[in-house]
Design a protein around this ligand. Structure first.
Ligand code: TYD
Ligand code: MG
Length: 453
């Protein structure tokens, strides 16, 4: 008899026995027995069939890599690492309703118009509904094939027959593999479906893009294990009330991770935003306390974004620390360094930090900009409006130069900023029209901008 197997519904880790707490992710009560998966095909002895090994140099001379397919949607092609790689498996995750189906329908239509044979499989909407959406997006005439199907066996059969270059599976949570007896959306189903589709992509040369809904705490529902299976993981993010949407690559075997593409949700679908800095700064008014412009790098591209801080006396015994778009732990660290190294306490004060435009920043280079925003809010003093800030703060209070200093400064110059605050060090290039302030530690920075008053 096959041994039962167990897996965690939060992280997808597999175990041979049940326990109350997952050793993989530390969550409680997430482990359950896998249904069906254990009933695999009869085992053959390993090593019966020999694999073939080739040397790397042989491979290189054998053939040039197949060309990537371009959609013509620049923001998408760049995030994919410079177009779609044949036989790749891609996962696109995002909150329900954020616009994944819209994005992928537009993408598939764009690829189809460039001559790639494409198939859009919807497990959530009927073909008529997809067609209606396509009409609304002005894509009704694109040569895309549609299918409303959830049975994986039928889908794979269709794909074998149709042999498209690209297939969209919307969504992986609706897929149902009939050799696994648990409900669609369950961990075993999602994992089995993703595995089938990924191996199918490799075997047949068809590129597969799978849509995955994300749970409240920001993970692709069910197994994170799907992320390990695929070549590329993209997240489609944005605030619901905002029109900006950001497509971010968090893993990419064929390009830079952390690359972003920026889109705007309009009445006629998603529109590309080719100059995101201008967009992120467009809502900025006159210089005001707590507002600072951070010159960041997202993937391979510099992006300027406004950070907003609010510091107010707290009515609570435990003051609030609220962050949107940045890491809460990192904020605590900056507050601790300001207190310990500069003697500026934040005890008894509520602190709110917001990255404007719905962008999420993960770079340590934002440290100095955050510190500046916090101090500016606390002292109720605005920094000059035409200034960009960046740099990393260490626990000692020393400042470290950020990577790609030159690119950040160039972007600031391009957008009409006239001064920049960045730690000493790092290559700057020519800085016409840009006044540089180069502090070496946090104390020096505070003294220069917030001292004597
Ligand atoms: P959708 O692509 O269905 O989201 P997902 O597949 O991620 O669940 O997008 C749904 C939202 O997008 C919906 O609230 C309406 C909005 N929308 C527009 O604003 N303009 C459009 O042209 C379309 C098609 C959708
Ligand atoms: Mg959808």
């Amino acid at each position: 008899m096959a041994k039962p197997s167990f897996s965690c519904s939060a992280c997808g880790a597999s175990f041979t026995k049940w326990s109350g707490r997952c050793e993989g992710c530390g969550d409680w009560n997430t482990i359950s027995q896998d249904a069906g998966l254990s009933a695999g095909p009869a085992k053959k002895s390993l090593g019966a069939k020999r694999g073939r090994a080739v040397t790397l140099t042989d491979l290189a001379s054998e053939e040039a890599p197949p060309p990537r397919a371009m959609s013509g949607i620049g923001e998408l092609d760049r995030v994919l690492g410079g177009g779609l790689v044949p036989a790749s498996a891609i996962l696109v995750g995002g909150d329900p309703g954020i616009g994944k189906s819209t994005l992928l329908l537009q993408a598939v239509a764009a690829f189809a118009r460039k001559g790639l044979k494409t198939l859009y499989v919807s497990g959530e909407e009927a073909s008529a509904q997809v067609r209606m959406r396509a009409r609304r997006l002005g894509l009704a005439d694109a040569p895309v094939q549609l299918a409303a199907e959830t049975n994986l066996r039928d889908i794979l059969t269709t794909l074998e027959a149709e042999k498209p270059g690209l297939v969209i599976i919307d969504s992986i949570q609706t897929m149902w593999a009939d050799n696994v007896d648990s409900a669609p959306g369950s961990v075993s189903q999602v994992r089995a479906s993703a595995h089938e589709l990924t191996t199918f992509a490799k075997r047949t040369g068809i590129s597969v893009i799978m849509v995955g809904h994300v749970t409240k705490d920001g993970q692709i529902a069910g197994p994170r294990v799907v992320e390990h299976m695929v070549d590329t993981v993209l997240y489609f993010e944005g605030e619901r009330g905002h029109q900006f949407r950001i497509l971010r690559s968090v893993k990419n075997r064929f390009g830079a991770a952390d690359e972003i593409g920026v889109f705007e949700m309009t009445g006629a679908g998603l529109a590309e935003v080719t100059n995101p800095s201008a967009l992120f700064l467009s809502e900025r008014g006159a210089p005001s306390p707590g507002s600072v412009v951070f010159a960041g790098i997202e993937g391979t591209r510099p992006v300027l974004v406004e950070l907003q801080a609010l510091v107010a006396p707290s009515p609570h015994s435990q003051p609030r620390r609220t962050v949107v778009g940045w890491d809460g732990g990192r904020l605590a660290m900056i507050l601790a360094v300001l207190e310990a190294r500069c003697g500026i306490p934040f005890a008894g004060l509520d602190v709110y930090l917001n990255v404007a435009g719905g962008l999420k920043i993960s770079e340590p280079a934002a440290d100095l900009a955050v510190a500046a925003a916090l101090l500016s809010a606390r002292e109720d003093r605005a920094l000059p409006g035409d200034t960009v800030i960046f740099g990393e703060i260490s626990l000692s209070g020393a400042l470290r130069p950020a990577s790609q200093t030159e690119n950040r400064l160039k972007e600031a110059q391009k957008l009409g900023f006239t001064s920049a605050i960045a730690p000493a060090g790092g290559k700057t290039g020519t800085l016409e029209g840009l006044t540089m302030t180069r502090p070496t530690d946090l104390v020096g920075f505070v003294g220069e901008f917030f001292g004597a008053g």
